[in-house]
Structures are given as structure tokens and as C-alpha cells.
Design a binder for this molecule. Structure first.
Ligand code: ATP
Ligand code: MG
Length: 501
């Protein structure tokens, strides 16, 4: 008997789609019990039927008056979660009253809940109209055990379906987010760039994107990926500058167990994760000369080895890189390989800073107002004339990201439908220094906090100036690790390009 159940369970558990699970379970239940008719119903969150399968019954039947007894039994199981087995429904005092029991000769009935923890998400119904006592206690017990496996399998299948639907929604959101028309610009130079980007998206060409921090390099890289035939595979963005030198190689290519202290198991690298898709390497100039050699190899042949291993592996990955360093200068200084530069530079895209495309400020601001009004569930807002002037006269060292952050903050703070200058960050409408005026701050704590922020910002900038914009070196100078240094740069919208000598 146990073997029989295990055998049935295995077959049901092997199914992963909801319909296949309940269909297969239904056939097996009929076989196992000798029932004449059967039905499995899975309910949605509100208790309505979500999936059904039936044998010798039509799903419409259950709505009919003559199905009253079955409906009563199903409702009772759905509410109480207690299995019911009536060897002879006609003998049940509660059922005797029902004319339909007699008229339809419903004799033997089994009804069981499908449960996950305490939640009842479905029922199994079996009956026989001609044989009394069709379902013996042994059969009932068997079916009860089998129902546990059906519950498990059906629950997993429902979850999987839910996940698949969720992923499909996210994917379509992603695609529309990275459609080229989601990249906003009226600037002729940008429109020209977007034209090139849409032409090359579906090629395999390597692309290098140059531009200051916050100009949209990653947005362009994602748009290329989501408009290419690789769109169904991964897009993997890596910031080479935000990882310590010695970690970057194993992050990119993976490592084997014991390759270095801390390599406790084999680990795949980002190239492997991106297989079939696109890898986006930001701040590519931060690679050491030794890593540059390995990078050329993977670019040329698709071959690489995990750190600590000689085994040659293969990947098929499109490479998009970005930098805000002048690579030609680095080549002259012997810090960047010329052959790598030419490999990366098949298509070069130069994104202009926002201060050189001021005509985009109002439309971008409007776009971000819409995005954040929707996100924060606020009604429509607009910029006051003065606020727009503030934005138009500001230089935006942090480019579009800085504009986005400013608008996001204003939308969050605004209580009316107009964004006035007061709602913009102070540095945006007055390039004030934090020396002093009591009236400027609400409390001493706030004054101290802002002074500390300003000191942090200036210190980080000084380190970048002293190291000619090399993030890792600057981080070393500041005595913190590269990834934290990078986070602070982001927080203060610091742009290395503006700090190089
Ligand atoms: N033309 C645009 N239209 C709409 N949104 C944009 C546009 N350009 C950039 N953005 C938005 O601005 C933000 C910054 O862009 P992104 O992260 O691509 O910049 P980045 O150049 O990669 O910055 P960093 O150098 O700091 O990594 C993102 O939220 C992006 O969606
Ligand atoms: Mg980026």
C-alpha cells in the first residue's frame, strides 16, 4: 500500500504545471478509489475557482440545483478543512432531507481539502451514484495520504505559475523601460547618438561609452542589451573601480576552491553569469595590466579560466564598457593596453554632460516628476517658473542622476501641486558654503551634520584630485575600501572627470 502511494506521489510530484498536476492526480484518484465521478478545484485568494478538472462531471454541473448535496459537502470542506467520507450519503441524517440525494442516488462521497500549512486552497471531490459503501476506510486513508502529495505538488505549481507571471510582468516593464523612446532628449547630438545606438543594438559589436558620472551610460548599455537578440539572457553590470584589484579577476572569471585564502568553494564569475547575454564593465580603465591581458583573451576567443584553474572555459558574451577616463592618455602613460583599447572601441559613444544639453533639463525634470508622483502616489505636479530657472542655471556636476535626485526629493517633500525653489536642494539654487548663519539651519545637530557632509565631500574630492581621478588609488589615500569610496562619491554626485588635472 505504501509503495502504491509512493509510486502515485512520484508521478504527481514530477508535474510542474498546475493543469498537469491536477489532471494527473484526478486520473489516479479515480483509479485508486473506483469513484464514478470526480473533481479537483483550486481556489483563488478570494475563494473563487481558479483551476478545475473533472471526470464524468462538467464544471457547470456544480452550479446546478441538482448538485446541491455535493456543493454543500464541498463548501463544508472548504470552510472547515475537515475531510469527509460518507460510505452512504442516503444514511446520513443531514443528507436524507435533501431530495437530490435520493433523486440522484448519491451514495458514496469523499471530499478532502488541499492545504498549505493552514490555508485551504482547493478541494478534491469524488462520488459514486450506484455503489453503496464504495469507499472503505482503507481506501479513504489511502486517498488522504495521497492528497498530501497532491497538495504539495499543486501548491508548488501554483507558486511557480505565480512567479512566472510576475517575471513576465517585470520583463515587459524592463523592456518598456529600456525602449529607446524611454531615453529622453531633445538635444540633436543625443538624438544622433540614440540613432546609432538603435542601429548597433542588434549587432555583436563591442561598444565603449564615455561620459561623466550620471550621464546615462548604464541606461544606454541596458537599452542596447534589451533591444538586442540577447534580451532574454542576463545583463550583468560590474563597476571595475568599486572592487579591490585582487578581487576583480575572481569576480569576473570565478575561482576554484583553494585558489586563495577565503576561496572556500568553487565559484562562477560574472562572465559565466552573463553567458548568452551582455556584460557591462564600468570604469574599465581600473583593470590592472595583468587583468587586461585576460580580458583581451576572452574578448578575442571567448576563452577564460577560473582563478586557480587551468581548465579553459568558453563564454558567449557581448561586452559593453564605460569609462570617464581619457583612455588615450592612459595608453600614452603605459597604463592601458593599446590593443585592448582598439578591441573595445569598435563603436564609441560619447554622452555629453547635462550642462551641455540644457534644453533637456525641463523635459527630464517633467519626466522625473511624473515618475516620482506615480511612485509616491501623489497627484500631478509641475515646476514653478523660479524652480525651472534654478535648474536651468545650475551646472549639474552629477548630471542626470543629480537632477533625478533633486526632483525625487522635491516630489517627496511637496505638499501642493507646485515645486518651488525651496523644495530643491540648497546647493542647487545657491552655491552656499556651510559657514555659519544660524538662520540657515533648524538645529545645531543639523548644522553639524551638514558641515560633516561638506568635509567628507571636500576630502573625497581632494583625494581624487591628488590621484588624477583614479578611484582605487584615491580610496587607498582616504584609508577606506574602494566600494565604500565609490558609494560616497555617488552620494555627493562627485565626478572624476571634473577633478582631473
Ligand atoms: N536621457 C535620459 N532619460 C531618462 N532618464 C535618464 C536619461 N539619462 C539618464 N537617466 C537616468 O539617470 C540616472 C543615471 O543614469 P546612469 O546610471 O545610466 O548613469 P551613469 O552614466 O551610468 O552614471 P555613473 O557614471 O555614475 O555610473 C538613471 O536613473 C537613469 O535612468
Ligand atoms: Mg553607471
Amino acid at each position: 500500500m505504501e509503495n502504491q502511494i509512493l509510486d502515485l506521489a512520484k508521478r504527481v510530484l514530477a508535474e510542474t504545471e498546475v493543469h498537469s498536476v491536477i489532471d494527473r492526480a484526478m486520473d489516479q484518484l479515480i483509479q485508486l478509489s473506483g469513484a464514478e465521478r470526480g473533481m479537483i478545484i483550486l481556489f483563488d485568494q478570494k475563494g473563487g475557482p481558479l483551476f478545475e478538472t473533472a471526470r464524468n462531471l462538467k464544471k457547470e454541473d456544480i452550479e446546478k440545483p441538482m448538485f446541491e448535496v455535493s456543493r454543500t459537502i464541498i463548501d463544508a470542506v472548504k470552510t472547515d478543512g475537515k475531510p469527509i467520507c460518507l460510505p452512504n450519503a442516503l444514511d446520513e441524517p443531514s443528507m436524507k432531507k435533501s431530495k437530490s440525494t435520493i433523486r440522484l442516488n448519491i451514495l458514496s462521497v469523499i471530499c478532502l481539502p488541499l492545504k498549505h500549512n493552514r490555508d485551504i486552497f482547493g478541494v478534491i471531490y469524488l462520488d459514486n451514484r450506484t455503489v453503496r459503501g464504495m469507499f472503505s476506510p482503507q481506501i479513504f486513508e489511502l486517498i488522504e495520504s495521497f492528497a498530501d502529495f497532491i497538495s504539495l505538488s499543486a501548491y508548488h505549481a501554483l507558486e511557480k505559475q505565480h512567479r512566472d507571471q510576475h517575471i513576465a510582468v517585470l520583463e515587459s516593464e524592463l523592456r518598456s523601460k529600456y525602449k529607446f523612446d524611454a531615453i529622453i532628449s531633445h538635444e540633436p547630438k543625443m538624438i544622433e547618438i540614440l540613432k546609432i545606438v538603435s542601429q548597433i543594438a542588434n549587432s555583436e559589436a563591442t561598444v565603449i561609452i564615455q561620459g561623466e558620472s550620471g550621464t546615462g551610460k548604464e541606461l544606454i548599455a541596458r537599452s542596447i542589451h534589451y533591444n538586442s537578440s540577447r534580451r532574454d539572457k542576463a545583463f550583468v553590470p560590474i563597476n571595475c573601480g568599486a572592487l579591490p584589484e585582487n578581487l576583480l579577476e575572481s569576480e569576473l572569471f570565478g575561482h576554484i576552491k583553494g585558489a586563495f585564502t577565503g576561496a572556500v568553494s568553487n565559484k562562477a564569475g560574472w562572465f559565466e553569469t552573463a553567458n548568452g547575454g551582455t556584460i557591462f564593465l564600468d570604469e574599465v580603465s581600473e583593470m590592472t595590466p595583468a587583468l587586461q591581458v585576460k580580458f583581451i583573451r576572452v574578448l578575442q576567443t571567448g576563452e577564460y579560466s577560473r582563478v586557480g584553474s587551468r581548465e579553459i572555459r568558453h563564454v558567449d558574451v557581448r561586452v559593453i564598457t564605460a569609462t570617464n577616463q581619457n583612455l588615450k592618455e592612459l595608453i600614452n602613460e603605459g597604463k592601458f593596453r593599446k590593443d585592448l583599447y582598439y578591441r573595445l572601441n569598435v563603436i564609441e559613444i560619447d554622452l555629453p554632460p547635462l550642462r551641455e544639453r540644457k534644453c533637456d533639463i525641463p523635459i527630464l525634470a517633467k519626466h522625473f516628476i511624473n515618475v516620482y508622483c506615480e511612485k509616491y502616489k501623489k497627484s500631478q505636479m509641475h515646476l514653478s517658473h523660479d524652480a525651472e530657472t534654478c535648474l536651468l542655471t545650475y551646472d549639474f556636476p552629477g548630471n542626470i542622476r543629480e537632477l533625478e535626485n533633486a526632483v525625487q526629493r522635491a516630489v517627496a517633500l511637496s505638499e501642493g501641486d507646485t515645486i518651488v525653489p525651496d523644495l530643491l536642494p540648497a546647493n542647487l539654487y545657491k552655491n552656499q558654503s556651510i559657514t555659519g548663519k544660524a538662520s540657515q539651519f533648524s538645529t545645531l545637530t543639523e548644522a553639524k551634520r551638514q558641515a560633516a557632509e561638506q568635509a567628507e565631500r571636500e576630502f573625497v574630492k581632494d583625494c581624487l584630485r591628488a590621484t588624477n581621478g583614479r578611484i582605487r588609488k584615491a580610496a587607498k589615500m582616504a584609508g577606506i575600501d574602494a566600494s565604500n569610496f565609490h558609494k560616497i562619491m555617488k552620494k555627493h554626485e562627485i565626478n572624476t572627470a571634473a577633478l582631473k588635472t
